[in-house]
Write a protein that binds this ligand. Structure first.
Ligand SMILES: C[S@@+](CC[C@H](N)C(=O)[O-])C[C@H]1O[C@@H](n2cnc3c(N)ncnc32)[C@H](O)[C@@H]1O
Length: 365
């Protein structure tokens, strides 16, 4: 494999940031300093890592994995997911059966147990050879690139949210309808790796793009990706560490936001769960822009109550395969309770992923 963890400049910075703080309060200055101190190593390492990539194609519904010379193509037309592996289902079922809070909710427990214990072969594990699985697995252990069309960003599994099918659909729908064609100044709110804002800057030739996120690791990856986009495409963007709009003081032609959209009570401070950024974007965007492009799911339809003029630009059913939910007993139990209360999820009994939700991109003005 490419590099041992202790030799990687990217993972060295990730580990330092993780050890400084676990509560998302590392100031911008600390990340900037770490970035500058390691700049040359980070950039040359990123260059070497271009051999390890995932390419998302939402038109042909394929995900292509590259590990050095090897290409592994996975057809995702029956389950649009970055990694269509359903092996995480089994632990989640055990979680369901252990879940004491749901003692009374037998009906939902029974229904879900039925769907989730159906024995479908794992689409990934039943279609790839041992060797291919090993090579795909390696890509998820090291920092690697995720591409949409010919534009890529670097990420690291577990450190920062990857641009996923929803991010690719986001830019695909915006591009199809040329929504940002007349715009010059755009904010990517909750930018993660910076993918949406950087891709928009690249595809629409925008003059001013700001990437913002409250997670120091996301801020670091946005910085790194901005630097790579500058070298490769001549794109210059600003990067800001900001909790929602707290450090945003300017006005924009449009805001792009693909926030967490999983309604998990008690997890509102986390970058993964909760709907705080979603709700803040929907309720405060008009102070900063006339146009908000906001992604959410049928599980969070209540955000629509905050809008007057909202149009659905695109929607797509995707499996509810969220490892951080399915593998966390407490969080998953919360979902089961919500499902009992009629959350908008869907069941496809003949699919390896039986529980689905619908993601939608909306325009607010
Ligand atoms: C689903 S990820 C999307 C990342 C990226 N926009 C993409 O599509 O690839 C959501 C991002 O929102 C960020 N986030 C969550 N809550 C936030 C908040 N209150 N303020 C700023 N960023 C937040 C997370 O750290 C995470 O990077």
């Amino acid at each position: 494999m490419w590099v041992q963890e202790n030799m990687s400049a990217i993972l060295e910075v990730v580990n330092k940031l993780a050890s400084i703080s676990t509560d998302y309060e590392v100031p911008e200055r600390v990340v900037n300093e770490l970035f500058e101190q390691n700049r040359e190593r980070l950039l040359s390492e990123a260059e070497e890592l271009k051999d390890y990539a995932i390419k998302i194609d939402v038109n042909e519904y394929k995900v292509r994995f590259y590990n050095k010379g090897l290409e592994v193509v996975v057809d995702i037309s029956n389950y649009p997911l970055l990694l269509p592996c359903n092996c995480g289902i089994a632990p989640s079922v055990r979680a369901v059966l252990r879940c004491e809070d749901l003692e009374q909710k037998l009906s939902v427990k029974k229904k879900l147990s039925k769907w989730l214990t159906m024995r479908f072969p794992c689409p990934l594990h039943s279609n790839l050879s041992e060797h291919e699985l090993e090579k795909v697995g390696e890509i998820f252990k090291i920092p690697s690139f995720i591409y949409y069309k010919d534009f890529g960003v670097i990420w690291h599994n577990g450190s920062v949210w990857p641009p996923s099918i929803d991010s690719a659909l986001f830019v695909n729908w915006i591009e199809e309808k040329a929504y940002l064609k007349e715009h010059r100044k755009v904010l990517d709110l909750g930018a993660g790796t910076g993918f949406l804002g950087l891709y928009a800057a690249y595809a629409f030739d925008l003059e001013e793009v700001t990437l913002s996120d409250f997670d120091p690791l996301a801020y670091f990856f946005s910085l790194l990706n901005s630097e790579l986009a500058k070298q490769e495409h001549g794109i210059e963007v600003k990067v800001v560490l900001s909790d929602a709009f707290s450090r945003i003081n300017e006005k924009y032609d449009a805001i792009l936001c693909n926030p967490p959209y999983l309604p998990v009570a008690g997890q509102e401070g986390s970058p993964i769960f909760g709907t705080r950024l979603l709700m803040e974007a929907a309720s405060k965007y008009h102070h900063y822009t006339k146009e908000l492009y906001l992604m959410f799911s049928s599980l969070t339809l209540d955000v629509l109550e905050l809008g007057k003029n909202v149009e659905i630009i695109g929607k797509e059913m995707v499996p509810f395969r969220v490892p951080s939910v399915l593998l966390n007993t407490e969080v998953f139990c919360h979902y089961l309770a919500e499902m009992e209360e009629n959350l908008n999820y869907f069941v496809k009994e003949d699919n390896p992923f039986p529980v689905w939700h619908e993601v939608m991109l909306t325009k607010w003005w």
